[in-house]
Design a protein around this ligand. Sequence first.
Ligand code: SAH
Length: 387
Amino acid sequence: MGRRKGNNKQSSSSNYNNNDYTSQQQVTSMMVEDEVLEETTASSNLDDPISDEPDDTLIGGDKTSADYYFDSYSHFGIHEEMLKDTVRTKTYQNVIYQNTFLFRNKVVLDVGAGTGILSLFCAKAGAKHVYAVECSQMADMAKEIVEANGFSNVITVLKGKVEEIVLPVAQVDIIISEWMGYFLLFENMLDTVLYARNKWLINDGIVLPDRAALYLTAIEDAEYKEDKIEFWNNVYGFDMRCIKKQSMMEPLVDTVDQNQIVTNSQLLKTMDISKMALGDASFTAPFKLVAERNDYIHALVAYFDVSFTKCHKFTGFSTGPRSRATHWKQTVLYLEDVLTVCEGEAVVGSMTVIPNKKNPRDVDITLKYSLNGQRCQVSRTQHYKMR
Ligand code: SAH
């Protein structure tokens, strides 16, 4: 799943390593230095007057922008992005079409069905019946899609929360879901899958995917740290460093160029979705990141893999910087200090991940790290919030 509330905050930053962007920034900073006060009015965009339309402009059907703010999965745009993520969608398709022996005559539960794509794959692979549960307005579309494709007799779309719906059967043979969020755990839909597993899955039933793993590595990222973090030091001549503190605390979801990677990757946590308990997604894991060259480290980067171990042939995908990009990109955690590392030296520490107490869909991350190197000695704890 795509996991965003309203707009994707990263959409404007996809040109992460784009040189044009840097030169544009340089032009802007030159203009700021001039401090010509008239510039302010002269450059206001008069061709683009502020709209008189009310905030709740109709977007389509009878929904307003306010509706979408609270329920982004009701809009087709987020589903379009997920469906067009071919690494994601094709992996699920291959898992299902190339392992029809798992699905034939089986009862399947699709947790968070969206457009119903996974249910359609399962129906085509010969499932006896598929229950497609979706809580957003997209459930209405899923019903139409199922009908339009002639699968009404095999797929039943249930509109509602998995935690609240009444399933017409007592047990299912297979649970399939695409629940993964940014940083794997953002939005915390894993709990919904575990809830469904505990309530309806037969004893030797299958959860797809059944393995997930979270990794950490370190990158050189001077240019982008300057643009995203140091930017707040001087904004049109004003000190906005109070926002800098906040921007440091928010992990950045963006694509990282593999050439920026300075250390090995450390496996932080593996999860067996078919066995783990609710609450196992909170953890503290140690790490040791060994520098593979002399360089600077500006940030740690987290990413995940998922796999389907019940397939005939091992199947899965990675969202890491060395793999083909997905809509999950990677999650970048900027460090207060720039670490100067020499080849062979290690940044050691631990990462703690827990759902936020007030809003369990948000994730609180604590990073402890230290480096005792030739050129740099640092020991620090930093807190981050994914929201
Ligand atoms: N399976 C689809 C959609 C994945 S996105 C696909 O692969 O394309 C995850 C979907 O789960 C979203 O549409 C979201 O609205 C839905 N969802 C999240 N939590 C849910 C819950 N508790 N009950 C029902 N649906 C849920």
